[in-house]
Design a protein. Structure first.
Length: 339
């Protein structure tokens, strides 16, 4: 890649500075970002100062921070060399995970092409998705390595998004014949009977996050065609009763709002050649007071069962606006104080 770290003359003002050279000036411009916004993000997150000098970047700050910044800048430059863009989420992911190009940790999904060399990424028609935290990385590997996987944690941690991405990847790769996405049609303060329209019009607002994820990974016309041909199905949990799902990738979202009976019904739909993913947030139960969440019960009963994986997320794994993580942490502190 031709990137070298140069040691400047030992002047007093340079003692806390690392100088990095990037041979391709065009890629360096992309690395810095418009109005140097990429550098500003790295400076803010790592507590350093970065100054451009020709085709070099001078990094000033504590030794550990300078070392981490050098790793981040090299990894992002290498990404640009492969023709892939650098966006705010990519920067955040590299900062959290380190240099993905140097990792070679085997995982349960490494037999698939996308995991060759230890790099974890999900290939879909529209984009390549890369986990941005260690928890997300472990979750993606678990989904490829287990027939039933649980993703449990707060909103914004990518539980459903990554699960749908894996489903799309397995569908276009020929590993499954169809995708089935489901949620309990339960919301705080609303009931389906009071909403206007036929059943599809009543249910679709509850399913919109699943449609949004699909449209991120597949061209909209292809999504519509697959929906019409039942290659992709999006349906309320209640519609799963009586079905056996073979050679399918099945996702149950918002599982904390499934009752114990519904959860057992859903889990026993698993057919030959299928994979299931159950996602939920134990702090967001909208069931009537006194009714137990099927997610909590399944977690207790299925721990240790062969073929079942559990992956947990915290506020540190939130990949939405940074304020979302701080909001979740504030609520967690309040719950702890109340408890």
């Amino acid at each position: 890649m031709g990137i070298t770290a140069l040691t400047p003359p030992p002047r007093p003002e340079d003692v806390l500075e690392t100088l990095l050279e990037f041979p391709d000036n065009r890629l360096l411009i992309d690395l810095c970002g418009q109005f140097d916004r990429n550098l500003a993000q790295i400076e803010h997150q790592l507590g350093v100062q970065i100054v451009r000098r020709g085709n070099r970047l001078a990094v000033a700050g504590p030794e550990a921070a300078r070392s981490q910044t050098a790793i981040v800048l090299r990894a992002l430059y290498a990404r640009l060399e492969t023709g892939r863009p650098v966006e705010a989420g990519d920067i955040d992911g590299v900062i959290r995970l380190g240099d993905p190009l140097t990792e070679a940790t085997p995982g349960p999904g490494d037999q698939l092409e996308m995991f060759q060399g230890g790099k974890v990424e999900i290939r879909t028609r529209r984009k390549i998705i890369e986990p941005r935290t260690e928890a997300q990385k472990a979750y993606v590997k678990a989904l490829y390595g287990h027939e039933l996987g649980f993703g449990i944690g707060p909103a914004g941690t990518g539980k459903t998004y990554l699960a749908v991405a894996v489903g799309v990847s397995m569908l276009i790769g020929g590993h499954v014949d169809k995708i089935l996405l489901s949620r309990p049609a339960v919301e705080a303060g609303e009931r389906l009977g009071f909403l206007p329209g036929d059943m599809k019009e009543k249910v679709d607002p509850y399913m919109q996050p699943l449609y949004d994820a699909l449209n991120d990974f597949l061209p909209p016309k292809q999504v519509q065609k697959m929906l019409e041909e039942k290659q992709i199905e999006i349906a309320p949990l209640a519609f799963m009763r009586g079905r056996t799902l073979s050679n399918a990738f099945v996702v149950l979202d918002e599982a904390q709002n499934a009752t114990s009976m519904q959860m057992k019904m859903f889990l026993t739909r698993l057919g030959e050649g299928s994979r299931m993913v159950v996602t939920g947030d134990r702090t967001q139960v909208d069931l009537p007071r006194g009714q137990a969440s099927g997610l909590a019960e399944a977690e207790r009963i299925l721990k240790g069962v062969k073929g079942v994986s559990f992956n947990y997320f915290t506020s540190k794994d939130v990949v939405r606006h940074p304020l979302v993580a701080r909001i979740i942490e504030a609520y967690e502190r309040d719950d702890e104080a109340a408890g």
